[in-house]
Design a protein. Structure first.
Length: 447
């Protein structure tokens, strides 16, 4: 007997959970620093184009595959093409989930610490904080444990209930901060850097970064949406749900930029500071706002929750695979995967100054990403693995499963999809594989 599969309790529950997966550190921490590293406006433009043209249509492919097969990423492929090499695309997703979680939870640990730091008014000292091995490791361990406790409870109990309440609150707080940021002295300069495209800054690396960020931010390319789609019912409308998720996610990333860049230019800081950017700029912004430390504490509480709804989905992918495939008990699996994640994440936790070796790891050339282990993991799993995963899965859906079966699945519960069906089929079969391939080839060429 296979273990009973969970299902979402409501349509809004699914949207909130999928949006919860999508919205996270990728929007608030990763998007602004990658934008800063890649020269601003032109990068943002390509990012938005990739979300609309590639991310959203691709999301439907993952959701349809999950709902049609009612399986995890490996099981879904196995069900359609048993014992074929295509299952490697599913495995890649499972491994990518652990890979991303291993560095993501390190940053999430920083957000937890900043709740406290804001309360006690400790604004500076970021460099010394992340270079302390013991606080880094304990905060990281705490976050992995927190994620595991929730995932252990299962789909609707753990994941759905939390997302539904806290995500809307986060949205409102961000909006208020955007309005405040517009009143800062550096707002004009910040907006110019952020929104005015300078196409001379576009290189192969910029395109890969924009594509990678689009996948990362929407939680695509590793089967998260296959897994979440498998908990959907046939009456759910994939199309409108997908639009809501992509819209919320992109708006929140764009809001984050509208806060960070005005603040950054007001303070005269360097936009290309890398992964530490947000943690240096935001606390200073809160410190100079009237009553800002309380707002700052609340902000980091909500960012912690946003990170948690994302780490939950990262862990859920390997866990759902092991439950479906090995019929093991959810609890046991959760703690085994958590243990592996913890070991894999230790070098990232020590890579911000605690260990000389991991801080200057430098396997991937500096023209792509910073030398520290954490940035390197973010590049390998957050950019490359997601792009490779997405190209494999879109070819699988478009050419192996059969594009019409996939389109039928999307159309169930979404009759209006019939109007754009032809365009969608073309995008999945041709546009997505080709664009990703070109971007990847371009990258190799630069290597
Ligand atoms: N989308 C999340 C974020 O932007 O923070 C991160 C993420 C979650 C990436 C789940 C990939 C994933 F499958």
């Amino acid at each position: 007997m296979s273990a009973p599969r969970g299902q979402w309790n409501s349509k809004i529950g699914f949207i909130m959970a999928a949006a919860g997966s999508a919205i996270g550190l990728g929007n608030i921490w990763r998007f602004p620093y990658v934008t800063g590293e890649n020269g601003g406006g032109a990068f943002v433009l390509f990012y938005v184009i990739f979300v609309v043209l590639i991310g959203l249509p691709y999301m439907y492919a993952e959701l349809a595959l999950g709902r049609a097969t009612q399986q995890n990423p490996v099981g879904a492929i196995e069900k359609i093409r048993p014992k074929s090499f295509w299952r490697m695309a599913g495995f890649l997703g499972v491994i990518t989930g652990v890979g991303i979680l291993s560095f993501y939870a390190v940053i999430a640990g920083w957000t937890v610490a900043y709740i406290y730091k804001m309360f006690v008014g400790q604004v500076g000292g970021f460099g010394a904080f992340v270079a302390d091995p013991w606080s880094e490791i304990s905060l990281f361990a705490l976050f992995v444990a927190l994620t595991s406790l929730i995932v252990q409870k299962g789909v609707s109990e753990g994941i759905e209930r939390w997302s539904k309440i806290l995500m809307p609150l986060f949205f409102i707080l961000l909006l208020a901060l955007v309005i405040y940021a517009m009143t800062l002295d550096g707002a004009g300069k910040g907006l110019e850097f952020y929104l005015k495209p300078d196409f001379s800054k576009i290189t192969g690396r910029t395109l890969l970064a924009a594509l990678g960020q689009a996948f990362f931010s929407l939680s695509l390319g590793m089967g998260t949406m296959i897994t979440y789609g498998s908990y959907l019912s046939k009456n759910d409308n994939l199309v409108t749900s997908g639009v809501s998720v992509a819209l919320f996610d992109t708006l929140i990333a764009l809001f984050a930029g509208l806060i960070i860049f005005p603040a950054l230019f007001t303070m005269g800081k360097d936009p290309s500071a890398g992964p530490t950017l947000v943690f240096v700029v935001l606390p200073e912004l809160f410190a100079q706002m009237p009553g800002g430390l309380v707002v700052g504490a609340l902000f980091f509480v909500l960012l912690t929750v946003a990170a948690l709804t994302s780490t939950i989905s990262l862990l859920e992918v390997p866990v759902s695979y092991l439950i479906d495939d090995h019929k093991m008990d959810r609890k046991t699996i959760v703690w085994i995967v958590a243990g592996i994640t913890f070991l894999l994440g230790l070098p990232s936790a020590l890579s911000q100054g605690a260990s000389e070796f991991f801080s200057n790891f430098g396997l991937i050339p500096a023209s792509f990403t910073s030398a520290d282990f954490l940035s390197q993991m973010s590049f390998i799993f957050g950019d490359i693995a997601l792009a490779v995963g997405a190209i494999s899965l879109s070819i699988f859906v478009g050419w192996v499963w059969g594009i019409d079966k996939a389109a039928d699945e999307v159309e169930k519960g979404a009759p209006l999809f019939a109007k754009t069906r032809g365009l969608w089929k073309f995008i999945i079969r041709f546009v997505i594989p080709l664009v990703i391939l070109l971007v990847l080839l371009n990258t190799v060429h630069i290597f």
